[in-house]
Design a binder for this molecule. Structure first.
Ligand SMILES: C[S@@+](CC[C@H](N)C(=O)[O-])C[C@H]1O[C@@H](n2cnc3c(N)ncnc32)[C@H](O)[C@@H]1O
Length: 192
């Protein structure tokens, strides 16, 4: 399913994820809050319809989305994969991997996480999977097209990164919790 078919389900999914990501950006990566260089651009890996461009605009940040199946007519998006981030990356980018990690195999995920270390920070938002994940959420995870839903433990420690904050939240349908999600913010550890 490409971005064209990214339909009503994505709209249901979007507000909770956007709110979590926006909160992390506000608290950790902007001029007023960053403990190191603040971000100036969101680099949205696997951007889908590029809705995060609106968040970037609201935060006075620039935006670049990358997706193998990019939406037509969106100027700040280009065709590419997670493995292309290395050549696109700028030092003041905040790299966001939103709903995409479970689409990436270990080699591609570790590659993008390693390349992103030259940036101002990283946010990963994805399925939350651990002992507390309810059965309904596990069933929905198993139905996802992405075949790489990883245990939450995997995201607790990413090589070369310090985790600053993790949010865990439900995504609801008609008020009923459906998917368990998390969003985590990381800062690059100083490189030797
Ligand atoms: C669930 S959608 C999430 C889209 C968007 N980030 C959002 O939250 O609305 C997953 C996206 O990952 C993209 N994708 C799949 N494989 C990818 C890869 N290897 N590198 C980058 N993006 C990929 C798909 O094209 C799709 O747009």
């Amino acid at each position: 399913m490409g971005t064209v078919a990214y339909g009503w389900l994505a709209r249901v999914h979007w507000p909770a994820r956007e709110q979590a990501i926006r909160g992390l950006i506000r608290r950790h990566f902007l001029n007023e809050t960053a403990s190191r260089d603040p971000m100036t651009r969101i680099l949205d890996v696997g951007c889908g319809p590029a809705w995060l461009a609106e968040t970037a605009a609201a935060l006075d940040a620039e935006y670049l989305g990358v997706d193998p199946d990019p939406p037509r007519g969106v100027p700040q998006v280009r065709a590419g994969r997670a493995s292309d981030v290395e050549e696109l990356l700028q030092p003041r980018d905040l790299v966001v991997i939103n709903g995409v990690a479970h689409h990436l195999d270990d080699a591609e995920l570790s590659g993008v996480v390693a390349s992103a270390r030259r940036s101002a920070g990283l946010i990963v938002c994805d399925h939350a999977l651990d002992a507390a994940t309810p059965l309904r959420s596990r069933v929905l995870q198993s139905l996802d097209r992405g075949r790489h839903v990883r245990p939450l433990e995997f995201f607790e420690r990413l090589r070369g990164w310090s985790r600053i904050e993790t949010l865990r939240f439900p995504i609801r349908i008609a008020g009923i919790p459906a998917w368990d999600y998390f969003a985590a913010a990381y800062r690059p550890e100083p490189q030797a």
